[in-house]
Design a protein around this ligand. Structure first.
Ligand code: FE2
Ligand code: FE2
Length: 197
């Protein structure tokens, strides 16, 4: 789990957590929008695939959890006298969405989306772990620890759902390809302390 957390191919640059701590307002604002996007993404899966019963059942409570995370980030901002502020361009998610293969069956398209979501959860989990371990602020340590655990659960949810709709072998093959694609994206992305990714 130390180096290759949840199958991720490239560990986060260790410089990230140090610079992130110095720009806590920016990190919290960016984080709030990550939670919002996580909730929105589950909602759009539910409305796009209302016929997929397991998906609707599994993701409905996740929407509430992600929104709960959003609320808690807002609390952390408020405590520090900061506001939400505008959403910043999310280069990471933008590039990740390009890994999504177009075409194929409806199930294949669904699995693409589920795997991209699983990946974002895995990477977030890895970053929360770093923040939990290295940040000095004790209340934030506790907060990031809880988020790490929660996002690890979501990662499992998404992978499990993918395997509900297509064979394990297909899903794992695509998962490995997507993991590789993400490592390439991350390797070429600037390390920024004002972004979660
Ligand atoms: Fe979350
Ligand atoms: Fe999540």
């Amino acid at each position: 789990m130390e180096k290759h957390i949840l199958g991720l191919e490239l560990p986060t640059d260790p410089r990230w957590v140090n610079i992130a701590e110095k720009s806590i307002e920016d990190i919290l604002v960016d984080h709030a929008y990550c939670e919002q996007k996580a909730a929105s993404s589950c909602i759009s899966l539910i409305v796009k695939f209302p016929d997929k019963r397991e998906l609707v059942e599994m993701l409905t409570p996740v929407v509430a959890e992600e929104w709960g995370h959003f609320e808690r980030v807002i609390e952390e901002l408020t405590k520090r006298g900061f506001g939400l502020g505008k959403q910043r361009k999310d280069e990471y998610v933008l590039q990740l969405s390009k890994l999504e293969k177009k075409g194929g069956s409806r199930e294949q398209q669904l699995v693409e989306k589920l795997l991209i979501n699983a990946l974002i959860e895995a990477r977030s989990c890895e970053r929360f772990r770093l923040l939990w371990k290295h940040i000095e602020d004790e209340s934030l340590q506790k907060f990031y620890y809880e988020l790490m655990v929660s996002e690890a659960g979501h990662y499992k949810n998404f992978l499990q759902l993918a395997k509900t709709y297509l064979p394990d072998e297909y899903v794992m093959k695509r998962w490995k390809e997507i993991l590789k694609g993400e490592a390439d994206i991350l390797a070429n992305l600037e390390v920024r302390g004002d972004r979660m990714h």
